[in-house]
Design a protein around this ligand. Structure first.
Ligand code: SER
Length: 862
């Protein structure tokens, strides 16, 4: 039985028993479940079990994609997986233990044809009723029913939610897999294939009962991969038709052979499982990051890449493997197909990014492993993480493979110290400004969210990289104040410009940048002197700031609208926010047609019109993501407390930039068009406010001028131009016809002038047509004379041209015919053997040249 048939058979069996078929829900569960990822078929039915919502039908069946992080480290062996498909049948206060047991038995022994002699059952140690029912409704003998404790036979979600005692059905794989004695003594030989949970309680997630639920219900789960392994009598989960095509692709890419060695098999299985979960997670909208489910995704991707590199495989893998996953599972999970380009894009990008980190990290790790005896010191793991972004999990993986453990406590201690340090720096400590000038300053207090003007004290000056005490008029340097309203460039928004004033000093601020925690003003002194310790007034250029704020708010609205219109796969890849102008790069797989672009533009302007509030606020990173589903695109950079910019009730972005207070202040957004700037990356440029209006006006004026030129009204410009084009076409047609008749007249004139030389004809003539026509004429005459050569010449002001055409049967090269004549007119001959051209600057020599050509031809034709 192929996996596709197993899925179909299971669902049909329960549909025939009045179960409503539900599609798999997303791997991203609803926030109220408190789960990071969907872990079982029952997750989407949670409210029905709890009684907080009523189902439309009391029975359900589904195949649910599920993800469990618990086994990640085990993946590579014969049976562990991260992502799996769970077949399930469910009752919401409808049938209970009896039907669940009877149907499970019937399905396994008839539809799936499993040998009843090989089936065992376990029940919860206190569940007499279940044991009794097994004996009543199935032929299973009492000695193949075993009782197990809470650990094994009581199920809950691992987080607060519905749960209850369960009963599992096990398949005996036979003596080749070890001792007999049932699942209670051997869980290798006996494989659990079907879990029937008798939902009766709300639990705390640690198998403690919180309260009984209103209606006894049933939640069952059968791992598709497991049952497929059993039915296909495969030696491992991976040797089933579910995985084979992906394993084969992995084998092809890595140059390894399935079954050749344990190491090869482990690598191929790891790649297969991880590529599978990668594709499924991305299809559901997870992107790699350092937090939450984004981290789960990043971890499986990075684990796969690392395992491959450690095995000496240096080719890129993930994109192609995820493609194999889409091919294998796309017909069951159409979201894979719909998002195939996004999956490829995200996979390729993460692999590219991580490979660089990995190469450096692995080198350092290798050196440290050489030196270590049993334990890899915590500071190595810390440095790898802190400096190179090389995750602890992978350090552990590699170390374990080399027989070492990692001093995780030491690592944690250093991480904690690091956190404390950065908190102190944030509060009062000194920071050394990173790559910029060598000055030590306290972090600058930023006032720019509230103010555009305030006073501040000069705390440092840097000329180039050197600290300085003062600046003279005309000098340009970097100045740091204790506090400032100037926004330093960041998040795409350009740095503020403006003015610095003191009683007897004045300076322009040309740019503002952040270096470490210091805000640096690039300053040119216009009057007086600026010195450390001085109090100054700081004035941000209000027009520039307002322009940037308009463009920044417009960028958020644009981002939101693009995601709404084009799809959730749209991700910000980069942005530039300048006064009145923005540029926004994003992932998308095709060009955005002008119709959609206009629609997007209209939506944006409608949002502007509705004058929604723009509300920045601080919150925890977790809350930003979980509660507000804020879009955070460069997560690595964000600390614990983050600033979210909320627009209306629709856009939430992690953003440190400045914004207008209400969307109405944006005024107007004009999209200038859309283009490709790389594979699957598009760019939109736009103007905001008056800048947008100016652009439109310039275009309108151009259109008016064009209309004047074609003598029509501006709104009939296109019709006017069409009329002109039509006239032009007609004229061209007439000219071409005229030329054709001119040529045919000329041919008739020239052919009779042919001179017979042996069996060939020679025509030589001086003409007045321009050279293009001359060529056509030469060819037309040649075609008339049968066998021979035609040489024509023409002259214009300061130019002279010769054309020679010969029939092929002559065996004479037309270029050779022209060569001596070309010298006379002061040029060279080129072209093809049957049609040559010569040009020169010496018109007076034309007759002479024609005569030379004639003699040359006479010689050649004889
Ligand atoms: N919820 C149970 C499990 O996950 C049965 O579906 O095993």
């Amino acid at each position: 039985m192929l996996a596709d048939d197993i899925r179909r058979t299971f669902l049909a069996f329960f549909e025939a028993r009045d179960h409503k078929l539900y599609p798999s829900s997303s791997l991203i569960p609803p926030p109220e479940t408190n789960l990071m990822l969907t872990t079982a078929g029952m997750v989407q039915f949670r409210p029905y079990f709890l009684g907080t919502e009523k189902p439309s039908h009391p029975r359900a069946t589904s195949v649910q994609k599920s993800f469990r992080t618990t086994d990640v480290d085990e993946v590579g062996d014969q049976s562990h997986l991260t992502l799996f498909e769970m077949l399930g049948n469910f009752s919401f206060g409808d049938y209970f233990k009896k039907e669940a047991i009877a149907w499970a038995w019937e399905l396994l022994t008839t539809e799936f044809g499993l040998d009843p002699e090989r089936l065992w059952a376990t029940v919860y140690e206190e569940d007499d009723e279940a044991e009794q029912l097994w004996l009543e409704v199935t032929p299973i003998p009492a000695e193949r029913i075993q009782r197990l404790g809470k650990n094994e036979n009581f199920w809950d979600m691992g987080v607060a939610g519905p749960g209850g005692p369960n009963s599992e059905i096990w398949y005996d794989r036979g003596p080749a897999y070890g001792e007999e004695g049932g699942p209670a003594v051997n869980d290798t030989r006996y494989l659990e294939v079907y879990n029937l949970v008798f939902i009766q309680y709300e639990t705390d997630g640690a198998k403690n009962i919180v309260k009984p639920l209103p209606a006894p219900s049933v939640d069952t789960g059968m791992g598709l991969e497991r049952i497929t392994t059993v039915l296909q009598e495969a030696s491992s989960i991976y040797d089933t038709d579910l995985f084979s095509p992906i394993l084969d692709r992995a084998a092809g890419l890595t140059g390894r052979t399935r079954g050749a060695s344990d190491d090869d098999d482990r690598l191929l299985r790891t790649l297969t499982d991880h590529a599978r979960s990668t594709a499924f997670l991305i299809a559901d909208g997870v992107t790699p990051s350092n937090e939450g489910r984004g981290y789960v995704l990043r971890r499986v991707m990075r684990r796969a890449i690392t395992k491959a590199r450690l095995a000496g495989v240096n080719t890129k893998l993930l994109q192609e493997l995820t493609e194999a996953v889409v091919e294998r599972f796309g017909h069951v999970y159409p979201e894979l197909q719909r998002n195939s380009e996004g999956i490829a894009l995200v996979a390729a990008r993460e692999e590219e990014r991580f490979t660089q980190t990995l190469d450096i990290g692995l080198r350092i790790l290798e050196e440290s492993i050489e030196k270590a005896t049993d334990v890899l010191p915590g500071n190595v793991a810390f440095k790898l993480q802190d400096t190179y972004g090389f995750p602890l999990d992978i350090t552990k993986d590699v170390a374990t493979e080399r027989g070492l453990t990692v001093d995780v406590d030491g690592y944690e201690r250093l991480m904690e110290e690091q956190r404390t340090r950065s908190r102190e720096v944030g509060e009062a400590g000194k920071v050394r400004a990173g790559a910029g000038p060598r000055i030590d300053v306290a972090p600058t207090e930023f006032l720019g969210y509230e103010k555009r003007t305030d006073t501040g004290k000069v705390v440092a000056i840097a000329k180039g990289v050197e600290p300085a005490a003062s600046l003279a008029p005309g000098e340009e340097a970097d100045v740091v104040f204790d506090r400032t309203p100037f926004y330093p460039e960041g998040g795409g928004q350009i740095g503020d410009r403006g003015l610095l004033l003191a009683a007897d000093a004045k300076a322009e601020v040309l740019d503002t940048q952040k270096v470490g925690a210091a805000i640096m003003h690039r300053v040119r002194v216009t009057d007086g002197e600026i010195a450390v310790g001085m109090e100054m007034e700081l004035h941000v250029d209000p027009a520039l700031r307002t322009g940037a704020e308009q463009a920044h708010t417009a960028t958020h609205i644009l981002h939101h609208t693009l995601r709404n219109t084009l799809g959730e796969h749209v991700r910000q890849m980069g942005s530039l926010v300048e006064p009145g102008r923005l540029r926004f790069d994003f992932s998308h797989f095709s060009s955005v047609d002008p119709g959609s672009l206009s629609e997007i533009e209209e939506t944006i302007n409608t949002r502007v019109e509705s004058d929604d509030k723009v509300t920045p606020f601080d919150t925890s990173y977790r809350e930003a993501i979980d509660k507000y589903h804020a879009m955070a695109f460069f997560e690595e950079k964000y600390g614990d407390v983050v600033r979210v910019v909320e627009i209306g009730d629709y856009s939430y972005e992690l953003c440190g930039g400045t914004h207008v207070p209400q969307t109405g202040h944006v005024g107007f957004v004009k999209l200038l068009g859309e283009s490709s700037i790389g594979s699957n990356i598009r760019r939109v440029e736009a103007l905001t406010g008056v800048e947008g209006l100016r652009w439109v006006n310039v275009r309108l004026r151009e259109a008016e001028r064009a209309a004047e030129l074609v003598r029509t009204a501006p709104d009939e410009l296109v019709a006017g131009i069409q009329r002109l084009l039509k006239t032009q076409k007609e004229l061209e047609r007439q000219i071409a016809a005229g030329q054709r008749s001119g040529i045919s007249a000329a041919v008739n004139e020239l052919v009779p002038t042919a001179q017979q030389i042996d069996s060939a004809q020679l025509v030589v003539a001086r003409r007045t047509e321009e050279v293009g026509v001359l060529r056509e004429l030469a060819v037309a005459v040649r075609d008339k004379i049968g066998r021979g050569a035609v040489i024509l010449g023409t002259s214009g002001e300061g130019s002279v041209n010769l054309v020679a055409a010969v029939t092929k049967d002559l065996g004479v090269d037309a270029r050779e015919l022209l060569r001596p004549a070309a010298e006379r007119i002061g040029g060279g001959a080129g072209g093809k053997p049957d049609l040559a051209l010569a040009g020169g600057r010496n018109p007076e020599a034309l007759d002479d040249a024609l005569e030379v050509a004639r003699q040359q031809a006479q010689g050649s034709l004889q």
